[in-house]
Every structure is written in structure tokens, then in C-alpha cells.
Design a protein around this ligand. Structure first.
Ligand SMILES: [Zn+2]
Length: 127
């Protein structure tokens, strides 16, 4: 298992991350555009008139969590890009261990090794 990435591999991951970043922004923009449509405003107005708040809440929550989810992805991508610049890319930000090329190949934005990520998710579920 190699302990560092070649410049070529780093370039490759950087390309992937930049593409992911663009795609994620596009998805957020699409979603915002969609929700700014007249149809949505009419829908919200109608729901408010009907005092059917639960439905509006549900809709708003769906939109919000989608965008929040996307923002989190963007944050991770930014973090990974920063780590490429600082030379820390490929190493776990929690334990400093090697993340592994195969894991980065699937998830270029991974900043933690599998073990630390699982710990974090366990923690997230409890809280
Ligand atoms: Zn770790």
C-alpha cells in the first residue's frame, strides 16, 4: 500500500473534485431555480390559504435538507481540495492514517479513513 500519491494521481483527484464541485453547484442551482418557480409560490400560497401547514413544512423540509446535504458535499470537496494544496490529501484528518487509493478512487472527497468515518457516523446517529 503506497503511503503517498504521485503528482499525476493528485492532479487526477483534483480534476475529479473540481468536476464534482461544479456538478454539485449545478444541482443546487437547479433546485433553487425550480423552487423559485411560480408554480411553487402558488403551491405555497394555496397551502397557506388552506391552513395546511404540515404539507408546506414537509415540502420546505425536503428542499432544505436536499440543499443542506449538497452544501455538506461542497464543504467536503473544498476540504479535500485544500488538503491537496497543503499536501495532506490522502491522510485521515482524524488519525493521520492513510486513507487508501481505492477509497479515494470511489470517494475523492474523503478526508477520513474508513474507521474514523464510521466512528463519526455512529456519533452522528446518536446525537
Ligand atoms: Zn482515521
Amino acid at each position: 500500500m503506497p503511503k503517498s500519491l504521485t503528482d499525476k494521481e493528485l492532479e487526477n483527484f483534483k480534476d475529479k473534485l473540481l468536476r464534482q464541485k461544479e456538478e454539485t453547484w449545478d444541482e443546487i442551482m437547479d433546485d433553487l431555480k425550480h423552487d423559485a418557480s411560480e408554480e411553487y409560490h402558488d403551491f405555497l400560497q394555496m397551502v397557506c390559504d388552506q391552513v395546511d401547514y404540515a404539507l408546506a413544512e414537509l415540502k420546505e423540509e425536503t428542499v432544505f435538507s436536499f440543499i443542506e446535504h449538497k452544501y455538506r458535499e461542497l464543504e467536503k470537496i473544498e476540504q479535500a481540495l485544500t488538503r491537496i494544496e497543503s499536501g495532506a490529501y490522502g491522510h485521515c484528518m482524524d488519525c493521520g492514517g492513510w486513507i487508501g487509493g481505492a477509497r479515494l478512487e470511489v470517494m475523492p472527497a474523503a478526508v477520513r479513513c474508513r474507521k474514523c468515518q464510521e466512528e463519526l457516523e455512529k456519533f452522528d446517529r446518536v446525537h
